[in-house]
Design a protein around this ligand. Sequence first.
Ligand SMILES: [Ca+2]
Length: 195
Amino acid sequence: MRDLVGWLGAALLVATLGASGARAEAIKPADPQPAAGDLKPGLAVTYYGNFFRHIRELVEWEEYKDGKPGEPLLRINSRVGLGKVLTSSADDGVGAKITGYIRLDTPGKYSFAFESNDGVRLEIDGRMVVEDPDVHADRFSDLGSVQVETPGWYPITIRYFERKNTSTLVFHWLPPGAEGTMPVVPAEVLAHKPE
Ligand SMILES: [Ca+2]
């Protein structure tokens, strides 16, 4: 069943590419660029224990609660069903603020999408690119696109929560010039500066 859902989702993602339009906003790389020696693999993550219903509740929660750092996420490709959420120690009631840099090396339009359960939001260079923010079963988000003019490391923030039952978070992209199904964003383009 999962394979079927994945296949249908991938087909939908491809089908919507043509309709994703020219609405790709131009974004700027981190200034200054992080020094290679300062970066570690994967994205940093902070966990917040609460039964969120919407990404905006997580954003509000971050204002006055201290989260708990987890092991960095080398890539985001998690289909754990009832298991532990990402690198947290909980299987329900988890919010995650995931931060770092994504390397976008080819000028042109990059598209992004998530398969998620429950809510997710992606920001690159401080702009919201993808949002599917509420409680839901496994499904694909709409595509979000950005226009890259300068190759480099771009600041990225992903917020995600799992409320109850099963959880899924898979981060897909389509770099400029690529066609077909959207691959999972590879580990080599994700990095963070350790605290
Ligand atoms: Ca769930």
